[in-house]
Each structure stands twice: as structure tokens, then as C-alpha cells.
Design a protein around this ligand. Structure first.
Ligand code: VGL
Ligand code: ZN
Length: 201
């Protein structure tokens, strides 16, 4: 059993990030049994849900550019994605085998049309907070363990922000799967280590 100051943060285990989904991460569904078991061990569990309006600025079709290319947004570089996790659609729902019932909080992110939000703490402008840091601090949480999808995007950005915000941050890589776009996995690992995030199995 984890200590009272620990929380498990489960990132984006949604149908569109699992095999058959619009932005499928290889083996994304394989982590579900372990994540379900982990949720029983933590006093506080938070699930995040990537939650986009139909016309979200991270969708490649809106830019007439190929998916997985990069564009410059007012807030910086943004990877363009296939349409995914449109709010209210089956693709945005949690994987059916994920036991969402024990979760204390379901935090949605990416719901503003003009800015993406990889991190559970800040939108991609790196300034607009989601409110999660305040929630965790108010609950007396200092240590965070991250699992979920995708390791090299939303998990990494969340863990790095957590460390920058003063939380102790750990990622269980075995309970994550990666997109690995143009070396993004190696870059994410380096960035996590540099930020003081612990990488564990
Ligand atoms: C994610 C790309 C776009 C993720 C979300 O959950 O890692 N990646 N939206
Ligand atoms: Zn997204």
C-alpha cells in the first residue's frame, strides 16, 4: 500500500489511444490490468482524459497538413494529429477494461479549441494551469506515480511538469506505452531524467 502522501496519475487510457483507435499506441491496451491493480494501492487516484472539441487545432485536417507533421502555433511548435478523442465519442471513452470506479478525480484536458494540452498540469502554452497541482496539494499529496499513454507525450509532459512544480515524480515505464515519433521516446526519457523524474519498471 502506498503512503498517504502518494497519488497515482493515470494518463489518457482511452479507446483512441488503444489498438483500433484513431491514434493507436502499440500495445496501449496491454497496460490496463496492471493499472487496475495499481489503483487499488494508492490512497488517491486521478485519471486524465484527452477531451477535444470536434474542431481542435491539434487536428491535422484543420491545417491541410499531414498528420504527424509540425506547425508553429502562437504558443510554439505543435505536432498535428489525426482526429482523436473528440468529446462524447466512443474514441474519447476510457478503455472498457479500465476500472474507472476507484478514481477520485477525472481531469479533462485539451478542451480549448486553440491550444493543445499534453500535460495534466498545464496546457501547451505552458502557462494555463489545469488546476491539478492545487487539487493535489490541498489533499496533502507530495509524491506522484505516472502510468498510461502515451509515455513520450502526455505521460512525459505531465511528469516533467510535476517535478518542476516540486512534486516527487516517478514514471512506471512498464505501465506505459509510447508513440515514438522521430525519436520522441528517447528525447522524452532524456527530458524526464533531466527534470529529476525517476524512471522505474
Ligand atoms: C496524446 C497526442 C495527442 C497523449 C494526446 O495522450 O499522449 N498524444 N493527444
Ligand atoms: Zn489529444
Amino acid at each position: 500500500m502506498a503512503d498517504a502522501s502518494e497519488a497515482l496519475i493515470v494518463i489518457d487510457i482511452q479507446n483512441d489511444f488503444c489498438p483500433g483507435g484513431a491514434l493507436a499506441v502499440a500495445g496501449g491496451d496491454e497496460i490496463v490490468p496492471r493499472v487496475n491493480a495499481l489503483m487499488q494501492e494508492y490512497p488517491v487516484t486521478v485519471l486524465t482524459q484527452d477531451w477535444h472539441p470536434e474542431e481542435h487545432s491539434s487536428f491535422a485536417v484543420l491545417h491541410d497538413e499531414p498528420a504527424f507533421s509540425t506547425v508553429e502555433m502562437p504558443y510554439g511548435a505543435q505536432t498535428l494529429w489525426p482526429v482523436h478523442c473528440v468529446w462524447g465519442t466512443p474514441g474519447a471513452a476510457f478503455h472498457p477494461a479500465l476500472n474507472v470506479d476507484p478514481a477520485d478525480l477525472i481531469l479533462r484536458k485539451g478542451f480549448r479549441a486553440h491550444v493543445d494540452s499534453y500535460s495534466a498540469f498545464f496546457e501547451n502554452d505552458r502557462r494555463t494551469p489545469t488546476g491539478l497541482a492545487g487539487y493535489l496539494r490541498e489533499r496533502g499529496i507530495s509524491d506522484l506515480t505516472f502510468v498510461g499513454l502515451a509515455l513520450d507525450f502526455c505521460v512525459a509532459w505531465s511528469a516533467i511538469d510535476a517535478a518542476k512544480l516540486g512534486f516527487r515524480a516517478r514514471v512506471l515505464e512498464g505501465a506505459c506505452r509510447a508513440i515514438d515519433l522521430n525519436g520522441s521516446l528517447a528525447a522524452a526519457r532524456d527530458a524526464m531524467r533531466a527534470a529529476g523524474v525517476t524512471l522505474a519498471k
